[in-house]
Design a protein around this ligand. Structure first.
Ligand code: MN
Length: 681
């Protein structure tokens, strides 16, 4: 199949099309260029063009680009285009080849990885490139398929930029950003003066914090916190996971007290080396990204870029804002006991020093300010905001009558953990478990959600036992968590496997279910199970189920089946039940368990669900399924300690103990051999 520049010439009448005819290319830079055209032709598509051997190798991509590595998009190889095409945009007249509007959608330089040269990689049918454009960043993968001579697949490689199915790195138009080196010593932007609370659609309003103004700079593997001399290892570590090669963020260093409120005294002590309480960097502005100076961009775009860059870590938090209404935020900030609100002109560029585009609105904390944490205060104002696609309703409805917790309290909790919990739900078919009248009312499970949910929620068709396929929802973004909470789905139940590999679980699970047995027995059995798993060379994870039991997870390397996971867990369960036969059993029939704890390995089945970490359970106390360190398995441990009130500060203090579930995927082969030896001990 020919794709040559001669084909390009043959297809076009250069008297009629404004497209360039191949000519002498001018002097080239060191790095090869890429360009993506948005081609609004008979069918809209995107043309990816890579400079190679004096021409632009081209692929037409009907579905465009997605940062979700699971989205594998068809890319049809088309004829080489002349280098002059890099700068072409215009209207190709009707009747001409490719008639329609051609605009430059992105442009930049690129680099071939893992191959000696681009042409060699193309010839071999597999090409990996790192793109450096304004929308496209990081590594992308092109693989030739066997479907047709021109068919390739294009998809995002798993790197720091990979994630949600968005089409640009930051979701922000970087046209106004300038390419330049990262600025070093910068004087921070400050409010020119103070003012009364006001409302104005051209302004946005942020919470002011008690803390230390600082700038966080990341340059490759080097992270510095400008303006602070003390060691801040936790921030440096967190900043390495930013979705950027280089970044400069403006914000404030804060240490929350035990009630979750910023404490200047604790911060001063930490910076003087007198305590080791974890720091939080509340970021409110992004001044630099990768190779772009963002300062000329409007504030709202810089904040959108900042939001996209921040990883889900408790050490780096986004300072959200309220558009237009200062009074509304002042009321919430008073209740939260914070010192001020900062008003900022939404379209203002970032400038050094005092600026009229920023104003401080001092706030006198309410007498009874103790009651509310920062996150809750923000949630109170969120229903009136237009950014989220979910409008909260019936916030005052009581969901936990004994404790008096409302639907609003449930939502406030999920607001706090939405970014985190999405990590454990992404791409998994999901059941809802709705309690529209609270935990003492009727509940119903729902899995076929076709007509129940808005269009923006992603779904996946799943075939079950020859039945017609069921359209399951997936929770792939924080707004879907908000939607679930607003639908009264107190907890929700994801599969253990993901879209694209529904027959291969990502983890194996042993469920310790006590029924009538005392929790101290569960603790002892969990300890034993953990010992065995560690002994056979695994690194299992532990969490409360949120109800009465404990869950033990083993993250699995790719390619194990549910049956293999179940057989392995059964072998472990049998060793445990043998060694602790007075308190543990693998007896399936409840009546025959004799008050012993059931060591359940049967959950490892296709279509079975297990609650994710950080989900709230519809039981007394509003308890949360909470990851634990193995060292926390002490006699005084009880699931009731972990609630919608205690879990957010625990996450702030301890980080996400379940993170290895996503990163530490383990091989079972050696463990199976060792376990077999143990069984015949
Ligand atoms: Mn085209």
């Amino acid at each position: 199949m020919s794709h040559s520049i001669d084909d390009y010439k043959k297809k076009r009448d250069f008297g009629k099309t404004p497209e360039p005819s191949p000519g002498e290319a001018g002097a080239r830079g060191d790095e090869p260029v890429f360009v993506v055209h948005r081609h609004d032709a008979s069918r809209l598509h995107y043309d990816l063009r890579l400079e190679m051997e004096g021409v632009l190798r081209s692929w037409a991509v009907p579905k465009g680009f997605s940062y979700d590595p699971a989205d594998k998009h068809l890319a049809i190889r088309t004829e080489d285009h002349p280098l002059e095409y890099e700068h072409f945009s215009g209207v190709i007249p009707p009747g001409q080849y490719g008639a329609g509007t051609m605009t430059i959608w992105d442009r930049g330089v690129y680099e071939v990885v893992l191959a000696d040269s681009g042409p060699e990689a193309v010839a071999s049918g597999e090409l990996k490139v790192i793109l450096r454009g304004r929308k496209l960043r990081g590594e992308w993968h092109l693989v030739k398929t066997k479907q047709g001579p021109r068919d390739w697949l294009l998809f995002k490689s798993k790197d720091r930029y990979a994630g949600t199915p968005r089409s640009s790195a930051l979701g922000v138009d970087l046209e106004g950003a300038t390419r330049s080196a990262m600025p070093d010593a910068l004087e921070p932007m400050t409010p020119a003066g103070t003012t009364e609370a006001f409302s104005d659609p051209d302004w946005l309003f942020e919470m002011g914090f008690a803390g230390r103004r600082a700038m966080l700079a990341k340059d490759g593997e080097v992270v510095t916190v400008r303006g602070v001399r003390a060691a801040v290892a936790e921030l440096q570590e967190a900043a390495l996971t930013l979705r950027a090669e280089r970044a400069l963020l403006d914000g404030v260093l804060v240490i929350p007290d035990d009630a979750g409120r910023p404490s200047q005294a604790l911060l001063d002590a930490r910076l003087a080396g007198e305590n080791d309480r974890p720091l939080v960097f509340y970021a409110f502005d992004a001044l630099y990204f990768d190779e772009f100076d963002l300062r000329p961009l409007p504030l709202v775009d810089r904040k959108a870029a900042l939001r996209a860059m921040l990883p889900p870590t408790p050490a780096l938090l986004f300072v959200d804002h309220v558009p237009g209404s200062g009074e509304e935020l002042v009321t919430a900030v008073e209740a939260a006991g914070l010192p001020s609100v900062i008003a900022k002109r939404a379209d203002s560029p970032y400038v050094e020093g005092a600026s009229d585009s920023w104003r401080e609105i001092p706030v006198t904390p309410a007498e009874d300010a103790a009651g509310m944490r920062v996150g809750e205060a923000l949630t109170k104002i969120r229903p009136s905001r237009d950014r989220s696609r979910v409008k909260y309703t019936n916030l005052e409805k009581v969901y936990w009558p004994a404790e008096g917790f409302t639907k609003g309290d449930l939502i406030a909790y999920y607001e706090r953990v939405a970014d985190l919990i999405v990590l454990y739900l992404r791409d998994r078919p999901l059941h809802m478990n709705r309690y529209p009248d609270g935990i003492e009312g009727k509940n119903f499970y729902q899995k076929n959600v076709r007509d129940l949910i808005p269009e923006w929620v992603e779904t996946v068709p799943v075939k079950e036992d020859g039945e017609e396929s069921v359209q399951y929802m997936m929770c792939n973004e924080p707004d879907t968590v908000r939607l679930l909470a607003n639908l009264g789905s107190i907890d929700f139940h994801p599969w253990m496997s993901r879209r694209g590999s529904l027959d291969a679980p990502d983890y194996a699970v042993i469920d310790l279910d006590p029924k009538e047995a005392p929790f101290t027995h569960v603790i002892e059995i969990a300890r034993k199970t953990g010992e065995i798993l560690h002994e056979v060379g695994l690194r299992p994870l532990l969490k409360t189920s949120g109800a009465s039991g404990l869950h033990i997870h083993i993250p699995l390397a790719e390619g194990y089946t549910y049956e293999q996971a179940r057989m392995f867990c059964e072998a472990v369960a049998r060793v445990v039940a043998r060694d602790l036969s007075d308190i543990a059993t693998v007896e399936r029939v409840i009546g025959k368990r004799a008050g012993k704890v059931y060591v359940d390995f049967g959950q490892n089945r296709r279509g079975q669900t297990i609650v994710p970490p950080y989900v709230v359970r519809p039981v007394r106390g509003a308890t949360v399924s909470t990851p634990l360190a193995w060292s926390e398995l002490e006699e005084d441990l009880h699931p009731s300690q972990f609630t919608i009130q205690t879990v957010p500060p625990r996450i702030d203090a301890k980080g996400d103990l379940f993170e290895p579930l996503l990163t530490d995927r383990q091989d079972l082969m050696d463990a199976i051999d060792r376990l077999q030896a143990m069984m015949y001990d």
